[in-house]
Write a protein that binds this ligand. Structure first.
Ligand SMILES: [Zn+2]
Length: 281
């Protein structure tokens, strides 16, 4: 682009010199063209700089230039990551006993579908599995994992945290968070880990059925609060339900996940006076 501009200007310059002794009107015409090209070239230079700058915008990530402190600056659609007042995750403490509430889980078997999306390992769920919170029904869409846990309970993080993401008919999201701690190996986690594809790929194993119900602890006491997605665009009005009891996974299973994703957890965000409820089962 700059070469074209240079040659056009050079060409006009030569004409200008060669017509020194021709009429003034032609010289004026040439001068106007010269100005036009200079203006266009400046415009093109500014445009190409902007395009290049956009190309150089880092993708959101957990480290480096696109790390969580930068998310709000990476894209205008991510502004809530910086400006939102109800962001997730949070450190859960000072929870107050909430009105009677329980989560009714109605999870059904689904063919195993594992996605390695470059930010986490996600298992997609077929329609038909639901939870009911205070009579409101939400359908399970997918579940995925973070290490270390994104939420902390009384300042304590767990090795991993699983997020089961649900949506109701009004497109509102409800996420169930389950802490995963070092202990006995978990069979279902083993089944999932064995089918992790390479980054950017989905592995559908039709012969392998799974049921997310097998990833729930027996005790379903939970904390609830209103928060956000923990990844860009950090959309708010997400109904968070973090179970107080963890499930167990083996040290090898934790290490296997961390060999793919060393850290994929957003740091805790300010609570900003939000009410955190505790619902005993
Ligand atoms: Zn998550």
């Amino acid at each position: 682009m700059s070469k074209i501009c240079f040659w056009m200007l050079y060409f006009l310059e030569s004409i200008d010199i060669s017509i020194m002794n021709i009429s003034v009107s032609i010289k004026n015409l040439v001068f106007r063209n010269f100005l036009f090209i200079v203006t266009s070239c400046i415009g093109m230079a500014v445009f190409s700089t902007q395009v290049l700058a956009e190309d150089k915008t880092p993708h959101w990530s957990y480290g480096g230039a696109g790390n969580p402190t930068q998310w709000g600056q990476l894209n205008s659609e991510f502004s809530l990551c910086e400006l939102g007042r109800d962001q997730s995750p949070i450190n859960i403490n000072d929870a107050v006993k909430g009105s009677p509430a329980n989560i009714e889980f109605n999870y059904k078997p689904t063919p195993l579908s594992v996605v390695n999306n470059g930010n986490t390992i996600q298992v997609n769920y077929q329609p038909g599995s639901t939870i009911k919170i205070n009579g409101e029904e939400y359908e399970l869409l997918q579940f995925h994992f973070h290490t270390p846990s994104e939420h902390t309970i009384n300042g304590k993080a767990s090795a991993l945290e699983m997020h089961l993401v649900h949506r109701n008919a009004k497109k509102q999201l409800a996420v169930v968070g389950i802490m995963m701690e070092k202990g006995a190996a978990n069979q279902l986690i083993e089944q999932i880990w064995q089918h992790i594809p390479t980054v950017g790929k989905t592995n559908i194993v039709k012969s392998s059925m799974i049921n997310a119900a097998n990833l729930l602890p027996n005790n379903k006491t939970f904390f609830s609060y209103s928060g956000s997605l923990t990844t860009p665009p950090c959309s708010e009005s997400v109904k968070w339900n973090v179970l107080t009891k963890p499930i167990q996974v083996s040290e090898e299973q934790i290490e296997a996940f961390q060999s793919l994703y060393q850290v994929n957890a957003r740091p805790v965000q300010p609570v900003n006076g939000r009410r955190i409820e505790f619902h005993e089962q």
